[in-house]
Design a protein around this ligand. Structure first.
Ligand SMILES: Cc1cc2nc3c(=O)[nH]c(=O)nc-3n(C[C@H](O)[C@H](O)[C@H](O)COP(=O)(O)OP(=O)(O)OC[C@H]3O[C@@H](n4cnc5c(N)ncnc54)[C@H](O)[C@@H]3O)c2cc1C
Length: 362
């Protein structure tokens, strides 16, 4: 395999060293692929040999089991960037292995709008469509132009439009599936230098704009990074609150007919005031609640369970499960189960994990 151009067999590093949660055992092999063709050829050959594969970007959305892992890691590392001036839009095309925030910084630095609200999200460009990353009122679906993928069923290396991806809240046809590997991604930018409309109330407030207004992308980027750092949501080797997989649970969507029962459980536990103030937003399929709010109100406060636990909730944000350096996969999984079960018991709401699980499950 290492004879293929753009593919190098790397030392058998553990996944703990390649993931932001810093847990995970040793794969059979690690292939570092610095070209799109190298990525596609590696996955094609491994699929043909029926070998289990983990396609890896920045490792920021993974919970990986410990021990010896029966899989080969294909690390996507192609990082080229190209700006394409098309008649109706300015497009940026980036290699899937480029660090996402480097791309955001480059576009904003050139004065282009579009990606600024997604500043500071860890991981690679190629993973952004996988779970339709989103933050501060913007999802990647809104700015995605096309994706070049290697289709693992047909063997085609082709460009597809977003409608092929089944993008929805924190998911797509690529998430938890072997459907395809993303090789390159194109995003639409605003060449006039206007940000996406600012929809997120906290961000609009900080920027001093009305919700829905557009403003200077550089200012938005600066403000988003500031907000994210305050919540431990920008990777920082010196801040253990960021040693996580980001938000561990998605915000649950409850059917509208089930909402009164949830409110009454909240009122029974916390009183009518909090029940009335529970964050709730209209969403596809019902009403979206705040996972972080429910976790905290179910008794799992910041830093839970204690300052000596190897796996604990972030001290800045209850939605992030963190490894303080010594945690094993089992420690993280036990805490995740405790939080999920506690919220179900308290309010009758089921939380679903956001990261991808490898060799283990909640
Ligand atoms: C501190 C922190 C904050 C975060 N904040 C946010 C946030 O605000 N919003 C948000 O949406 N997410 C957030 N995340 C989650 C995470 O950063 C994103 O999901 C990110 O897109 C994952 O990218 P990655 O390259 O690290 O993917 P990895 O963790 O390497 O992989 C995740 C999944 O994607 C697959 N994958 C990776 N690359 C490819 C590819 N090229 N082709 C096909 N499949 C691929 C992998 O096989 C795996 O199944 C956060 C995470 C952390 C640690």
């Amino acid at each position: 395999m290492s004879d293929v151009d753009g593919v190098a067999a790397a030392p058998r590093t553990s996944l703990a060293e390649l993931t932001t949660l810093r847990i995970g055992g040793r794969p059979r092999a690690l292939l570092e692929c610095s070209t799109a063709e190298g990525v596609a050829e590696s996955v094609r050959a491994l699929d043909a040999a029926d070998r289990p594969v983990l396609v890896l970007g920045g490792g920021s959305n993974l919970v990986v089991a410990g021990g010896d892992l029966d899989l080969v890691v294909v690390a996507v590392r192609n990082r080229e960037v190209e700006y394409l001036d098309e008649a109706d839009a300015l497009i940026v095309r980036a290699g899937a292995g480029l660090t996402w925030d480097e791309l955001v910084a480059d576009t904003v630095g050139r004065g282009y709008g579009g990606l600024e609200c997604l500043s500071g999200i860890p991981g690679s460009v190629g993973a952004t469509p996988v779970q339709n990353v989103g933050a501060y009122g913007v999802e990647v679906a809104q700015v995605l132009h096309r994706v070049r993928w290697y289709d693992r069923a047909t063997g085609a290396d082709e460009w597809v439009t977003p409608d092929a991806l089944g993008l929805a809240y924190r998911t797509s046809v690529l998430k938890n599936s072997d459907r395809a590997v993303v090789l390159e991604v194109e995003f639409r930018l605003d060449r006039a230098g206007r940000s996406e409309p600012i929809r997120y109330a906290e961000l609009a407030g900080r920027l001093g704009v009305e919700p829905g207004e557009r403003t200077d992308p550089a200012l938005v980027r600066h403000t988003v990074l500031e907000l994210r750092r305050g919540k431990g949501m920008v990777l920082d080797d010196d801040d253990e609150d960021t040693w996580s997989a980001g938000s561990f649970f998605t915000n649950p969507v409850v059917r509208d007919e089930d909402l009164p029962a949830v409110r009454s459980r909240v009122a029974g536990r916390l009183g009518d005031g909090p029940a009335g103030q529970m964050p709730a937003f209209a969403a596809t399929g019902g009403t979206k609640l705040s996972a972080g709010w429910l976790i905290e109100r179910a008794g799992f406060g910041k830093g839970y369970p204690s300052s000596s636990s190897p796996a604990r909730l972030s001290t800045k944000h209850t939605l992030a499960l963190t490894n303080r350096g010594e945690a094993t996969a089992d420690d993280v999984i036990a805490l995740a189960r405790e939080v999920r079960d506690g919220v179900r018991e308290a309010f009758g709401v089921e939380l679903h994990p956001e990261p991808v699980w490898v060799g283990c499950s909640i």
